[in-house]
Design a binder for this molecule. Sequence first.
Ligand code: GDP
Ligand code: IMO
Ligand code: MG
Length: 428
Amino acid sequence: MRIDVILGLQWGDEGKGKIVDYLATQYDIVARFQGGPNAGHTLKFDGKKFVLHTIPSGIFRENLINLIGNGVVLDPITLQKELNALREAGVHYSNRLLVARKAHLIMPTHRLLDAASEAAKGHAKIGSTLKGIGPTYMDKTGRNGLRVGDINRANFQEKYEALKAKHLTLMQLYPAIDFNLEAEEEKWFASLEILRSLQHVDGEYFINQALSEDKRILAEGAQGSMLDIDFGTYPYVTSSNTITAGVCTGLGVAPDKIGQVIGITKAYCTRVGSGPFPTELENETGELLRKEGQEFGATTGRPRRCGWIDLPQLRYTIMLNGVTQLVITKIDVLNIFNTIEAATAYRYDGKISDQLPYDLCDFNIEPVYKSFPGWQQSLENASDYDELPLAARTYLEKLEDLIGVPITMVSTGPERNQLILKEVKEVV
Ligand code: GDP
Ligand code: IMO
Ligand code: MG
């Protein structure tokens, strides 16, 4: 058996949580492989809404095992809050939620450093979620970090204090900020008890054993490929590898174990936080997309920047990820538009190109758009692909042709069942 992967092809918030929750019944294990509480994955079913930050989106499906992999950075305080919400919803998670011992811990001083570093950057700030992601991954690669497996070791407190002292020294580089460290530490140590009570595993052995037993595994990405630390719009990115390659290091599986790669894109495009966004619409159309799509961050509540779908950008992330199938979400948000645009190329540096330049920040990129007629009707009654309005099908099929990867699912609303499966045409 191989591991299938679901990940975002844009700047995050593509609807990964919804699609993972929908597909989860076809799997035995769902595993998060990177990121941390910067993620906000929204699930809606039976009229209820849940936002998951650290816990994989398979947790609501009975009998399914959910693994927080070694590539994740985990804040026990956020985890505790998520577990409380699950308990209140009557979800039995205790024997279904596993945590990799090698996952790194986000300490209160990581959040403090994140906030101070962002404050010091002023206008140049990344727009971080302030969850401590950057400083925690810095300690991981700097070989100073604390891991889940350390919390049961005799020297844990000592290691914690040493790293905290280092962080406080680093804080002298930054202007002082308002942060009640003592109160945050109290919460953190209390929540460690909850983390201790969960099942810890050597994730790499667990996953490879499961593969050898023919278990079906789905890896759930967080953020989006344009936020990847290596290939995203650096430095306006997150601090992990959000692309398929991150599955290998974030779970401990070999590249030949990767199966289907399911890439998700909105029918338009959004970004939250700072950084380049070639198709951004800073006008009424952008505002309309935000309003119709309710584009406000699931983690921070910030308004998301909105624009048209960007095909050079999508072709780039499809290339990086080895995407085998595409899922288009939020097509219903386009219902009201008379005309829909898709960027097919970029004009910059005196030429037209379908490649992204080294640094998107260096150029004033002018997208070259292709227009499509809108359908201007609700999609509520469509449950089969053929029931979608002709203009919607034309838009989707044209995208498919321009991108070169088959669309297998089209999401028409936030609820679990608002999803249309699309058959892949036989290639003759
Ligand atoms: P994720 O981070 O990729 O899981 O996505 P988020 O949960 O941050 O953001 C996606 C938002 O769109 C959530 O509020 C979802 O409930 C909502 N959503 C997902 N699919 C659809 C869809 O097809 N149509 C509409 N209107 N909303 C959707
Ligand atoms: P999901 O999984 C959208 C963005 C932040 C910021 C940059 C760096 O819900 O799609 P960080 O806190 O990681 O240091 O922030 O990345 N960002 C996201 N944007 N969705 C996310 O996750 C994101 N996680 C981080 O807004 O611009
Ligand atoms: Mg999100």
